[in-house]
Design a binder for this molecule. Structure first.
Ligand code: ATP
Ligand code: MG
Length: 586
């Protein structure tokens, strides 16, 4: 400790929003260099390398081979797949001295695909899995929470190459198993959820989420084992119902009812239902968005959802990606006087309707359902508007909010909402990149076939923060043994030379026995040493101090706080046993 490059801080950094960020900075593991960009100090770097090592071992174990690409990449391959544009502001772009375009790699599908295309040409060369542990760059809109969402971060990304779907499924399953092992070893509570494949395209896709209150991802799970990222939840559409006995739609005066709440109240007062009161779920809420396509073109999109639900902007965004959507602005409404804000109804919507505005509805809006909705004039709503009879949407969209208690789509019980941090993502890319970049091989029959790919990521630097987040307590970091920078923090407390000499001697013995020791040999008070040891979070704290006169030292478990006094003469064996997880001597 007297030589270690570290300064612990007593104050929280002002920009720290979450415990992991606060503790990693205070304990001297990382330093901020710029927003979302961090330097690794010796302690932090040791943890990062341990995470890398776990990931590397498990990837090697499934036969994936490690390569390393540059982070500085040429524009052309990303142009060929459309991602130079699709990534928009999220990618760091640079020019060289000749004016040629480059980018700092946000992810490397293109480079891997081209490398394999360069060297391989036959089905005999496949299957193949390649991976790298690389620094990625993304100009995130909201870098936050320290390492959890950085603009520079470390990712393990791997890619599998197969001739057919069956091969891809095998590669995917191998990766899934490896990920289970990786996350079990990292030692945090995680869930595997169905996910969207997002900007990458492709089909089967799952995410590994660390369960965490501060997580940015919302997921759902049911008692019967269904688990999905909220973006990926598919609403189970009810069967269509008959509308033979439905009355004709009728427009009524509904002054001052621009919101669902005011509309329901007025409907109950003036137009009561015979069977039960009107509720928000009887209304059909239509929300207009301005969609911007990747090529910059803009068009409105109307989304209809039952009035007891909001449109979830993240779910909508996931459906429209890579296009982006924003709620209609006042200016947009001005430019479209036919759309009456607060009184918008489906009668005029739809690509074949008078406005030619695309109209997508929640899957629950099936043929035969009856709605109370806008009549497209201020102060008017229409009652008994029947889907399939009075209006026909252009299709459905999964954009309505998912609520706690909603039924799981597979019938496995009510969904519960929880929050998590995305730690890993595996998915079957399929042929998207191989097609765009022309990666083909000859199959058994001598026919050229497009290779099918999988893509698999682990947030390596994010894992450092996620583990810190999940394990820290009110005193500081609290590492699981497999990730701790050192096994033991050994404190020499007391001014006596004999104490320091005994501590040094024990440290050397432990070191020889393969135990990682951080020796606190500073000329500082016991209070300072204890506080720093608790802040820095090595799993075992050993104190050589007062008890030495009687031949005793103290052992503390950082997590439980449990203490025991042991004879110095037994110390080596006992500590080795603790570190290796064997029961210590009585
Ligand atoms: P997110 O939804 O959190 O932005 P993503 O879907 O963009 O993640 P991928 O492109 O699948 O992530 O990247 C693979 C892994 O890299 C993620 O599972 C995550 O653990 C990690 N990762 C992604 N973005 C960041 C970031 N900005 N900082 C740290 N780690 C990240
Ligand atoms: Mg992202």
């Amino acid at each position: 400790m007297s030589e270690l490059f570290v300064r612990t801080l007593r104050e929280d950094p002002v920009d720290a929003e979450v415990p992991s960020h606060r503790w990693l900075v205070r304990a001297g593991y990382i330093r901020r260099a710029a927003p979302g960009i961090y330097s690794w100090l010796p302690l932090g770097f040791r943890v990062l390398r341990k995470v890398e090592e776990i990931v590397r071992q498990e990837m090697d174990a499934i036969g994936a081979q490690e390569v390393h690409f540059p982070a500085l990449l040429p524009r052309e391959p990303y142009e060929a797949t459309g991602r130079w544009r699709e990534y928009g502001d999220a990618v760091f772009r640079v020019k060289d001295r000749k004016g040629a375009d480059y980018l700092l790699g946000p992810t490397h599908e293109e480079m891997f695909t081209l490398l394999v295309k360069d060297l391989y040409s036959s089905y005999k060369d496949l299957p193949l899995s390649l991976y790298q542990i690389q620094t990625k760059y993304r100009d995130e809109a909201r870098p936050r929470a320290g390492l959890l969402r950085g603009r520079e971060f470390v990712m393990k990304d791997s890619y599998s190459f197969d001739v057919d779907d069956e091969g891809l499924q095998k590669s995917y399953d191998l990766h899934r198993d490896a990920y289970v092992k990786i996350f079990n070893r990292l030692g945090f509570e995680y869930v595997i959820v169905h996910a969207m494949s997002g900007a990458m395209g492709g089909s089967a896709s799952e995410e590994f989420l660390a369960v965490a209150e501060n997580g940015e991802d919302t997921f759902v799970r049911s008692p019967g084992g269904y688990a999905a990222n909220v973006e990926a939840v598919r609403v189970a559409a009810p069967p269509p119902i008959s509308y033979d006995d439905a009355p004709a739609a009728h427009v009524e005066d509904t002054p001052d009812t621009p919101t669902i709440g005011t509309l329901v109240a007025l409907a109950n007062a003036r137009y009561p239902r015979p069977d039960r009161p009107w509720v928000a779920g009887d209304t059909l809420k239509n929300v207009v968005f301005m969609v911007e396509e990747v090529d910059g073109s803009r068009h409105p999109l109307a989304v209809g959802v039952p009035g007891d639900r909001e449109v979830d902007l993240k779910r909508l965004a996931a459906q429209l990606e890579p296009a982006e959507a924003e709620p209609f602005s006042d200016q947009d409404f001005k430019a479209h006087p036919e759309l009456v804000k607060g009184y918008l109804g489906p009668q005029i919507l739809g690509l074949t309707g008078p406005t030619k505005i695309k109209y997508l509805v929640d899957p629950r809006v099936v043929s035969g359902t009856r709605w109370l909705t806008g009549a497209n004039e201020p102060g008017h709503h229409v009652f008994d508007l029947v889907c399939g009879r009075d209006f026909t949407p252009d299709g459905t969209i999964e954009a309505a909010e998912v609520r706690d208690g909603d039924p799981a789509p597979d019938g496995s019980g009510p969904l519960r909402l929880a929050r998590g941090i995305e730690m890993g993502h595996i998915f079957q890319l399929g042929k998207k990149y191989a097609e765009a970049l022309g990666l083909k091989v000859l199959d058994q029959h001598g026919k050229l076939v497009t290779v099918t790919m999988g893509s698999y990521g682990v947030g390596v630097s994010r894992a450092v923060a996620a583990v810190a987040e999940g394990t820290a307590d009110e005193k500081g970091l609290c590492w699981p043994r497999e990730l701790a920078p050192y096994d033991v923090q050994l404190l020499a407390t007391g001014k006596d030379e004999v104490v320091l000499a005994a501590a040094v001697d024990l440290a050397v013995q432990l070191d020889d026995a393969g135990v990682g020791v951080l020796l606190d040999d500073r000329n500082a008070s016991p209070g300072v040493k204890f506080a720093d040891a608790e802040l820095m979070g090595m799993p075992t704290i050993v104190v050589v101090g007062r008890g030495l006169a009687d031949g005793m030292i103290e052992l503390r478990d950082r997590r439980s706080g449990e203490q025991s006094n042991i004879a110095l003469s037994d110390a080596l064996g006992e500590i080795v046993a603790v570190v290796h997880g064997r029961p210590a001597l009585a």
